[in-house]
Design a protein around this ligand. Structure first.
Ligand SMILES: Cc1cc2nc3c(=O)[nH]c(=O)nc-3n(C[C@H](O)[C@H](O)[C@H](O)COP(=O)(O)OP(=O)(O)OC[C@H]3O[C@@H](n4cnc5c(N)ncnc54)[C@H](O)[C@@H]3O)c2cc1C
Length: 400
């Protein structure tokens, strides 16, 4: 059992790659990223990245590469799924960027993943291994090792579990299981030229059509060459191990929706079905020389578009902790002390935001929501400080 590097990162998603990059940039450690898939890659859908992600991408030195493939929308818009009335708007132009110091962008996940992967490949101290499904983690004498599906063991000084929602590394800390929200998503991108009517796309907006127990998100990606759509709805027919949230049910749930929404459903790929899971926050995800990051640590519902962003925040803070602390355990504890409360807050806020946007028509929540939204100005940026201003508030507070 030979040591393969100083640190093993389990999982080569957005979080794992950003962590590897952050660590080699801030320390002299070597990192091996171990991935279960045959190739490093991401699903064919879009991702929204708020200014708190852009700060990290800037620090990692990839912001310019990202900008080449991103779209810089001018507005975040909530629309009523039946009437198309704009319920609330957040202006993303100059004032927003002045307030948060970075822009809001949308891009294809595979573009984000590729830019991070290429930046990692340029680093001599980052190695990659594929086709390795890590089953367990062990710690002895200040060392850590992982065991793959064939019983092969790889040793390092420390292990970071960035293995997503169904993390095996997390089993060291908790026997909890992912919680099914009974919501399902269908998502994908289509070439912009395949959308014949100009009315069907809003190239400057990220639109979330909201309604009771359902929503549709739309925005352009890859410099505007592709249009991304995500349909989400709650099933009325949940069966723990069965076929629920089918495309047929989607058509039923969206009955009566605005014609623009109904037309949008025709473009949705129903090939892949994504049941939506999260978990409740856990207090501890660090022990000895092992810690967690991203969805492995704090998987959340996607309603605030912050799951990937939180993984990026983790990556930055973890790199910094390893730079300023003498031992892995000190660094991981320091990292967790900052990241656990922050990510738990975002995790629980995502659930609450889901309740707000999916509220039943004519219910009290809808009434309150609409009153608040009616009084909201598009340039009232303070409402988003709790999410997007993390690094601006944090600046000056971090001590070695
Ligand atoms: C519909 C939807 C929309 C979303 N929209 C947004 C958004 O707009 N903005 C945003 O910030 N977030 C969004 N998210 C959340 C975001 O996708 C996740 O939070 C993010 O991908 C987490 O990154 P990660 O690297 O921690 O985990 P993952 O992306 O899950 O990566 C984990 C990696 O580990 C690998 N792996 C898993 N198990 C093992 C194992 N045993 N051994 C080795 N490798 C393993 C996997 O193959 C994968 O490559 C959305 C999520 C969904 C479902």
């Amino acid at each position: 059992m030979t040591k393969i590097s100083d640190i093993i990162v389990v999982g080569g998603g957005i979080g794992g790659l950003a962590a590897a990059l952050s660590i080699v940039q801030r320390t002299n450690k070597s990192v091996t990223v171990i991935e279960q898939a045959a190739e490093f890659g991401e699903v064919g859908a879009g991702i929204q990245l708020a200014p708190n992600a852009l700060f990290v991408l800037d620090q990692l030195g990839v912001k310019e590469e990202i900008a080449k493939v991103a779209v810089f929308p001018k507005r975040l818009v909530l629309k009523d799924v039946y009437t198309a009335k704009e319920v609330a708007v957040l202006d993303l132009t100059e004032g927003f960027q002045e307030h948060f110091k970075h822009p809001y962008i949308v891009l294809h996940r595979s573009d984000l993943h590729r830019v991070l992967f290429e930046a990692c490949q340029k680093q001599d101290r980052i190695q990659f291994m594929n086709n390795q499904s890590i089953q367990s983690v062990q710690q002895t004498d200040g060392q850590a090792s992982v065991t793959n599906q064939n019983g092969e063991i790889y040793r390092a000084e420390a292990v970071i579990g960035a293995d997503g929602l169904k993390s095996n590394v997390r089993k060291l800390f908790s026997n909890d299981k992912p919680i099914c929200s009974e919501y399902v998503a269908y998502r994908g991108t289509i070439p912009i030229e395949e959308i014949t009517s100009k009315d069907d796309v809003a190239m400057d907006d990220v639109i979330m059509w909201i309604g009771p127990n359902l929503h549709l998100v739309q925005y352009p990606v890859r410099r505007g060459e592709l249009y991304n759509q995500v349909v989400v709805f709650k099933t009325y027919d949940y069966k723990p191990n069965g076929d629920w949230g089918t495309p047929e049910e989607m058509a039923k749930r969206f009955k009566g929706a605005h014609p623009l929404v109904v037309r949008a459903l025709d473009f949705i790929s129903t090939q892949f079905r994504w049941p939506m899971f999260d978990r409740l926050p856990i207090e501890n995800w660090t022990e000895g020389n092992v810690t967690l990051l991203g969805d492995a640590a704090h998987p959340m519902l996607q309603y605030l578009a912050q799951g990937g962003v939180q993984a990026l925040e983790d990556a930055y803070v973890l790199g910094e902790a390893l730079e300023i602390k003498a031992t892995y355990n000190e660094a991981f504890k320091h990292y967790q002390a900052e990241r656990q409360p922050r990510s738990a807050m975002v995790q629980t806020s995502a659930r609450k935001w889901g309740q707000i946007i999916h509220a039943e028509e004519d219910g009290v929540t809808t009434l309150l929501r609409d009153t608040i939204f009616n009084n909201h100005k598009a340039t009232n940026y303070e409402v988003a400080d709790f999410l997007y201003n993390y690094f601006n508030v944090r600046k000056g507070k971090v001590k070695a």
